[in-house]
Design a protein around this ligand. Sequence first.
Ligand SMILES: NC(=O)c1ccc[n+]([C@@H]2O[C@H](COP(=O)([O-])OP(=O)(O)OC[C@H]3O[C@@H](n4cnc5c(N)ncnc54)[C@H](OP(=O)(O)O)[C@@H]3O)[C@@H](O)[C@H]2O)c1
Length: 267
Amino acid sequence: MPSFKDRAVLLTGASEGIGRALALELAKQGAWLGLVARNEARLSELVAECEALGAKAIALPADVTDAAACHRAVEAGAAHFGRLDVLVNNAGRSMWTYFEEITDLSVAEQLIAINYYSAMWCTHAALPHLRKTKGLIVAVASVAGFSGIPTRTLYSASKHAMVGFFESLRVELMGSGLGVTIIAPDFVVTEIHARAFGPDGQPIGTGTLDRAKVMGPETCAKLMVKAMAKRQRLLITSARGKFGRWLKLLAPGLVDRIALRAVQKRE
Ligand SMILES: NC(=O)c1ccc[n+]([C@@H]2O[C@H](COP(=O)([O-])OP(=O)(O)OC[C@H]3O[C@@H](n4cnc5c(N)ncnc54)[C@H](OP(=O)(O)O)[C@@H]3O)[C@@H](O)[C@H]2O)c1
């Protein structure tokens, strides 16, 4: 039987990119999906697509930079389905700018709120429900959560915070039956790069990846579903990301140069 059939999954950042692809992948298995994001029109379309694939789905519009909105979305999702089996903390935003060039540092608060606080708030609200089902918490971090990446100082900081938080929570939950899976994607082709904060706090507005060489969101979602089904501790989606973790112990300077090259070549 598919792992997520009749399992209630609350997914943030569902309207686009990796979240949207993950919703569709889980829908194919017959999951029950609570879809969280701000764009209500996109969520409504996605609800219809998920239902067409045999899933149950509900749109839960929310701005995850608002702690109360995170709480309401989790409660509404759990109440709608009568249970909660999986929380996927996926909503996120990026930056593409050198730290010294930032003119509006309020961008730091926004990035930390979207990428880290939202995951912490949603998880706090979801834990009482997940305890009942011995459920799973998924944290979509990044390879930038394990290594320093130039032009991503604040983003990398938010993802390191996420990794530290969920690694610690996993230990706290030991013996409870709950699982914590951390996902660390390398580059994935989505609009996150065009929406990334530039130096003035505005989206940079241009697609910047070499799309031919970068993983698509559907492939990333398939890998995620497999890792979630196995309750894997950590999924790193690229060979260089996996290798880089070990190489960093031996030759950290080399890993820095690989990160610099990847950003310069945008692949
Ligand atoms: N793509 C990559 O290369 C890559 C690499 C490593 C890690 N990741 C991580 O993967 C996750 C998904 O990224 P993606 O590439 O799929 O990005 P994306 O295509 O830009 O999608 C981001 C999602 O987050 C939602 N979101 C953003 N701000 C929000 C807010 N304030 N309140 C509620 N929802 C909000 C967006 O929905 P609305 O705009 O409708 O609110 C959207 O559904 C992120 O955590 C990202 O850091 C991505």
